[in-house]
Design a protein around this ligand. Sequence first.
Ligand SMILES: Cc1cc2nc3c(=O)[nH]c(=O)nc-3n(C[C@H](O)[C@H](O)[C@H](O)COP(=O)(O)OP(=O)(O)OC[C@H]3O[C@@H](n4cnc5c(N)ncnc54)[C@H](O)[C@@H]3O)c2cc1C
Length: 472
Amino acid sequence: MRIAIVGAGVAGLAAAYELELARQQGAAIDYDVYESSARVGGVLSSRMEDGTVLEHGPDSFLTEKPAAVALCRELGLEDQLLGSDDAQRRTFILVGRKLVPLPDGLMFLVPTRLLPTITTPLFDPLTKLRMGLEWFQRARPGGQDESVASLVRRHYGQVAVDRLADPLLSGIYGGDAEQLSAQSVLPAMVRLERDYGSLTRGMLAARRKQQAAARQSAGKPRHTLFTTLRGGLQQLVNALEARLDPQRLHLGARADLLSLDASGWRLRFQDHPTERMDAVILATPAWAAARLLREVHGPMSQELAGIPYSSSITVNLLFDEQQIPPLPPGFGFLVPAVEGRAMLACTFVHRKFPGRTAAGRAVLRCFAGGMRGESMMEESDDAIVQRMRADLQEILGITHAPLLAEVRRWPRSMAQYSVGHAERIERIRRYTAALPRLHLAGNAYDGIGISDCIRLGRGAAEALLQAGVRSE
Ligand SMILES: Cc1cc2nc3c(=O)[nH]c(=O)nc-3n(C[C@H](O)[C@H](O)[C@H](O)COP(=O)(O)OP(=O)(O)OC[C@H]3O[C@@H](n4cnc5c(N)ncnc54)[C@H](O)[C@@H]3O)c2cc1C
């Protein structure tokens, strides 16, 4: 069976790794990976600068989703795994020019402790009252999908949307709470509402269950929230690449069109001869998969093209720690859209993962772009750095120039799970199942994080291998 993997981001690389393992164990398969850019890894990219890791894309994976840590272990990177310093885990929200800590007891978007909620300057008195009264909200049958903003507004009011939902979600998805789907982005909250009515009551009940489970597993090591690699996430990309046969990796190969006939798939490229394949894994962004499938399946192509994407900009600023004022105690801060700034968020990298920054240095990693800053993608690096520095001066009082500033743009890289996403994915699944040996993987479908993409990439390869075995 000849298999093409199109796209060598982490999803495509994970699929290729799974196929390579099977090939080495004797599976009768042949695979090739086609990547349009000059390097593999997609948005995963980092480099070392004088003992300091500079992450250009993601900086870590959520520890509770196991696929990424498991893959790192398989690849021999176990001793490189590094947990976040959760003792310092505190996130601030910008209000005016002040950084206000998220109140204690806030479980994602749900306030669960009375005193910190009453005393925080993050919310006005009316919102606080509303947060208290939310306790009495009644259970509600599961209904139609709605936006995250609408769900949060119904429970806690508009200020909670502006000061919590919007900045937290634009931090994770580069997205807009008014557009993102509650069902796809906050499925646990939708379930809590269905079962308890009040999110606060539901969350407290869930926490009691978690605590009981934790007591049972007492003695087992506690996990940190985030895990990364000591030398940067490029280590994962390098380790995956090293496991693949270089002859099968085709860089600068932009796939242009897929077609299907009785003998199988044909994959046409811009600057590469057309290839015949028995099976295809499309691990590109959905908008690129839509283009590739335009002649094979119009309705599926349209559904894929309908998945919105946002662009992302990261700006790594390396400082001499002596030259900047003391930073507030935490991992960094988020900037609500209502503040009208260019910056979406800023991570204090040396705090989140100590040991990845050289002694005496501080790295502030700023995020811009997202659904609200698409036009910034066109600005020069200098202009973007100036904007970030202006914001940092006002917010943190940093006037010194950084020792180094590095800007990376990731155009149309973050899929947005907008209202109705789950139904759209169901339709896409039905269309895919009707086509022979075609699989989709990547951040557009069932999870945006690195672990999700690894799970989907490996899952696509496994599904093909199983189907291949059955048909032999
Ligand atoms: C700035 C940023 C920060 C993030 N932070 C985190 C984080 O901290 N933790 C976390 O878990 N997740 C994070 N994410 C999300 C996560 O990194 C991504 O969702 C995930 O890496 C996407 O992997 P992918 O393989 O699906 O897509 P991509 O990495 O986008 O790879 C797709 C590949 O397909 C190629 N391609 C496209 N079209 C074609 C074509 N026609 N022919 C051939 N090749 C093609 C592209 O060149 C690219 O290499 C972040 C994302 C960004 C952008």
